[in-house]
Unconditional design. Structure first.
Length: 490
């Protein structure tokens, strides 16, 4: 059966809903904006409330006989060369958990890159899956992690042949990508599935100059955030499936187990609209974005104190396999300040928000929505930053450990340590104790500490110096890290 990508089933159903003058004696309680606070209506606009209808018994009938969501998912699968697609209104944080639970279960093992997002760790905690960690490829000079190599995953399977599959994160928030085709071959040679957390890769299927899309590379399940690099609304996510290693009904069931029974149709509409937009115009939109990124990167490179990381920096033996140029990652070490201070300064003085920042970098995420006007404003702000570095040179130094020092012993399963009895101890007394919580510098959201890891002085020094420099630790019980939560009984 052919697909008509001029359709947008969710948007079309919303239009029919309003044309028919449907009257709901059902949630949502604002009843098509009539009951919403006038101040909210004034700020948000009535379109937000008018698009907020029930999925079943609103957008579609009570038995979903119109197949509105089902047809939208089929169109998305066709657009990106997948066999099945599922929409999620709970972000890729839910989607990746559903994928994990479809591949393995409590007491079983999953091979996972240690550069995984905190949502993956949350999945390990909730499920009781045993993580078999694979170390990222570390760039010790730049203090940056790239996805693990094909050989690393092959070695992990050799040591743990009963592992149920692999989870890899690619691309990373820094734009570096794994050799997904090679990792898929390692998995499929053993009859095991590959999950790709491709949250930052919604745009990849639509231009040949971008890193390989996970489905084209042979992944079994791929999780994508439409809101990150696409045109969807925040929390809009999809996960795709192909091959016969995972039952689509099981994957759907796992998502249903975790998801909301009250999905926001606005998020479905954003996903549906993005698919139609990209099928019809995606190559041209990405062509524009890539040319804009090339010009912008070259202009930033000319600013004193800035170095824009590119493929020559990130792609080499022992580093990344491929590179996405749209996350414009700027090394500002030569300015003598931190990414935290630079990000705060840019927001305060130019009302400009960068997407990622760490002890020596800031990153400006470009998408198809940017143009010469937005990048001109970015360049003006960065040049002004370079002219005011004297104001920023008193930034606290972050004591970044070596790769060997950064990794700690996983002495207990994350689930076991997380649900144990805990106590809060002064951070200076925590060395040698088992962590009872996850501690995650955000962004990029990759945990530095996992429940069950035995805390070491270098990692604690990194985090405490990071907090002093402006690092954000939103999931720690004490975000200032004066105390740390540890397992009470060891």
């Amino acid at each position: 059966m052919g697909f008509n990508h001029d359709e947008a089933p969710v948007l079309d159903a919303l239009a029919r809903y309003h044309e028919a003058d449907e009257l709901g004696f059902s949630p949502p309680g604002h009843k098509q904006a009539r009951g919403a606070d006038p101040r909210a209506r004034s700020l948000l606009g009535d379109a937000v409330f008018l698009g907020d209808v029930l999925s079943n018994g609103g957008l579609d009938d009570r038995l979903s006989r119109g197949r509105v969501l089902e047809r939208a998912e089929e169109l998305m699968a066709d657009a990106v060369h997948a066999e099945h697609t599922f929409f999620s209104t709970c972000g890729s944080s839910l989607s990746v958990k559903a994928a994990m639970l479809a591949v393995t279960c409590h007491g079983r093992g999953l091979i996972v890159g240690r550069d995984a997002h905190k949502s993956v760790i949350a999945g390990l905690i909730l499920s009781g899956i045993e993580p078999i960690w694979v170390e990222p490829q570390w760039d010790a000079e730049r203090h940056l992690a790239h996805p693990p190599s094909v050989a690393d995953y092959d070695k992990a399977f050799t040591g743990y042949p009963d592992a149920d599959g692999v989870l890899v994160t690619s691309p990373t928030p820094y734009g570096t990508a794994a050799d997904l085709s090679g990792i898929a071959e390692v998995c499929h040679r053993r009859g095991k599935p590959l999950i790709v957390d491709e949250a930052w890769g919604a745009h990849l299927p639509f231009h040949d100059s971008l890193p390989s899309w996970a489905m084209d590379a042979g992944a079994d399940v791929c999780v994508t955030s439409i809101h990150k690099m696409g045109s969807g609304l925040e929390q809009g996510s999809v996960f795709h499936l192909q091959g016969d290693l995972i039952d689509p009904a099981e994957l759907s069931s796992r998502a249903d187990l975790l998801g909301t029974t009250s999905p926001n149709v606005l998020l479905y509409a954003g996903i549906d609209a993005w698919r139609r937009q990209m099928v019809q115009h995606g190559h041209d939109l990405m062509d524009h974005a890539l040319r804009l990124a090339e010009r912008t990167r070259a202009a930033i490179e000319e600013i004193d104190g800035f170095h824009v990381n590119d493929a020559d920096d990130f792609c080499a033996p022992g580093c990344a396999a491929d590179f996405d140029p749209l996350p414009v990652v700027m090394d500002i070490e030569a300015l003598g300040t931190t990414g935290y201070r630079a990000a705060d300064w840019l927001r305060e003085h130019h009302h400009l928000d960068v997407h990622l920042f760490d002890h020596r970098r800031v990153s400006a995420q470009l998408t198809h929505a940017d143009d010469d006007h937005t990048t001109a404003r970015l360049l003006t702000a960065l040049r002004d930053l370079a002219d005011h570095t004297d104001e920023l040179k008193d930034a606290e130094r972050v004591d970044v450990p070596s790769p060997a020092e950064l990794r700690m012993e996983q002495a207990r399963l994350p689930r076991d340590a997380y649900f144990e009895s805990h106590e809060d101890v002064p951070v200076h007394s925590a060395t040698g104790r088992l962590a009872g919580e996850m501690i995650t510098p955000y962004p990029p959201g990759i945990p530095a500490v996992l429940p069950g890891e035995r805390l070491t002085e270098p990692v604690l020094r990194y985090l405490t110096s990071g907090v002093a420099a402006g690092m954000n630790l939103p999931d720690a019980a004490d975000s200032q890290l004066n105390t740390i939560r540890v397992v009470a009984q060891e």
